[in-house]
Design a binder for this molecule. Structure first.
Ligand code: NAD
Ligand code: UDX
Length: 442
């Protein structure tokens, strides 16, 4: 089939590449010429495991191309996926300007039947607005061309985006158009071979499902984070509690890890947007308000622990910080807890020597040349002369470091472990002062 992916970010590029991998002919469009230049040079503008290989293979096979040419992109696809950003506006609501601009550019150029697929995360009712924007453009041109708008929210996780897209738990399609539904079924058939994972529902339920999923996951994490804080006070270990409750199949093990707070381009913004949708419809979402407040506090928990240990005035103190990305296997730093932690430490006069396996360029871009902040090319280099190690992101290479080296390089063997990566008993045996999250026994 002929597919166009509008927006070549995490979602648009993964969608375009994975659909090409299944034999479709895909054109990926972006308004950012720099991204398209990088893609046309055979590289990818983001770090996402497995993606580069798929992109190169499909470009070589002639099934995948990248362009800034809107005419070409709109003419090419029968299915046009909109995967542009929906960042939070000032009031927390999803800013739809990019989605609606994409819709308009389709309406201004289309000349035959199109299925416009909303893949971006958008508030309930957006499909109607996309439909109306296209109708308006067609009316301006004085033409009548049939088209359908469907909702197909994306559930991929960064760092595992290709795998998630290739092996989806479910494929949600919101549609009220039979022909469009058939095309979506045909497109997704290769992803559906062992079991039919496609759920076709009404448009509003599909749009709502995406926010509900992210809000549910964010709620689990914030609740575990609060339980962790209490575990510290009552002398319990949240890691044992996690295993104890996760073994109940009604609860399950996934997304129960207490830590330094959730970040990323989705949970924070989607929680905000759903709260806002609730407000607009006169429905207070008390639980979700608490989830957001709890996460704001959680991002500061490591700093609170550092201050409790070293005092409010951190001038003359140096900290090694491991992990800048909001989670492992990505270079994305949107809403990363590390941003808050670095800022709070610097504000108190500390020096921070930071290291991340892939997010250093992004960190330099976001944090710039802040006085007191330095970036190290190797994890060990950050340790030299630091009072303590602060672990923010659980990259694999941090799992079993050379603890003797850590002890040697730090001025004091202190670790603030924001992802409960290290066993408190081992730390004790090694003579390392270990501050985890919710490790009341540690
Ligand atoms: P992103 O910021 O990485 O990429 C968006 C891209 O769209 C940018 O490259 C931008 O230049 C481009 N763009 C903007 N307007 C355009 C236009 N009119 N025409 C062509 N290109 C245009 O965003 P993302 O992280 O991929 O997220 C996209 C959407 O998918 C959001 O709604 C997000 O909530 C949702 N989502 C994201 C993830 C994720 O893990 N990142 C997962 C599921 C859903
Ligand atoms: C999330 C959703 O998981 C995905 O389905 C959706 O499509 C986009 O948003 P993503 O933001 O890429 O994906 O990463 P995710 O793995 O969900 O992690 C989000 C944040 O939660 C990270 O900061 C992570 O560290 C944190 N987290 C996750 C925890 O603190 N504890 C956990 O148990 C799991």
């Amino acid at each position: 089939m002929k597919v166009t992916a509008i927006g070549t970010g995490y979602v648009g590029l993964v969608t375009g590449a994975c659909l090409a991998e299944m034999g479709n002919h895909v054109v990926c469009l972006d308004v950012n010429p720099e991204k398209i230049r990088i893609l046309n040079e055979g590289e990818i503008p983001i770090h996402e495991p497995g993606l580069l290989e798929i992109v190169r293979r499909n470009v070589a096979a002639g099934r995948l191309q990248f362009t800034t040419d809107v005419d070409l992109a709109v003419q090419h696809g029968t299915l046009l996926f909109i995967g542009v950003g929906t960042p939070p506006g000032e009031d927390g609501s999803a800013d739809l300007q990019y989605v609606l601009a994409a819709a308009r550019s389709i309406g201004q150029r289309m000349s035959d039947y199109k299925v416009i697929v909303d893949k971006s995360t958008v508030p309930v009712g957006t499909a109607d607005r996309v439909r109306a924007a296209i109708a308006e453009e067609l009316a301006k041109r004085g033409v009548e061309i049939a088209y359908a708008v469907v909702s197909n929210p994306e559930f991929l996780k960064e760092g595992a985006a290709v795998e998630d897209f290739m092996k989806p738990d479910r494929i949600i399609v919101g549609s009220d158009d039979e022909q469009a539904t058939l095309l979506m079924r045909a497109l997704y058939a290769p992803f559906n071979r062992t079991q039919d994972r496609m759920m076709v529902m009404d448009l509003r339920s599909a749009e709502f499902t995406k926010y509900a999923a992210n809000a549910m996951l964010a709620t689990r994490i914030s609740f575990m984070n609060e339980l962790a804080l209490l575990a510290e006070r009552v002398g319990a270990d949240i890691e044992w509690v996690r295993r104890g409750i996760g073994s109940d199949p009604r609860i399950g093990f996934q997304f129960l890890y207490a830590g330094a707070g959730y970040g990323g381009s989705c949970f924070p913004k989607d929680v905000k947007a759903l709260i806002r949708i609730g407000r607009e419809h006169g429905q207070a979402l008390h639980v979700l308000n608490a989830v957001e407040a709890a996460n704001e506090r959680q991002k500061r928990v490591l700093v609170d622990k550092i201050v409790a240990r070293f005092g409010e005035d951190l001038r003359g103190k140096r900290f090694a910080l491991w992990g800048l990305a909001f989670k492992p296997n990505t270079d994305d730093m949107r809403e990363a807890p590390a941003l808050v932690i670095v800022e709070e430490l610097l504000r108190r006069g500390a020096e921070v020597a930071a290291y991340d396996p892939v997010a250093m360029d992004e960190a330099r871009r976001l944090l710039g040349a802040a006085p007191g902040l330095s970036f190290c090319e190797r994890a060990e280099a950050a340790l030299l002369g630091a009072q303590a190690l602060v672990l923010v992101t659980e990259w694999k290479e941090f799992r079993t470091p050379d603890f003797e080296r850590i002890k040697l390089e730090l001025t004091q063997p202190v670790i603030f472990d924001g992802r409960n990566l290290y066993d408190p008993a081992l730390m004790k045996a090694l003579g390392i002062e270990h501050h985890g999250i919710g490790r009341g026994q540690g």
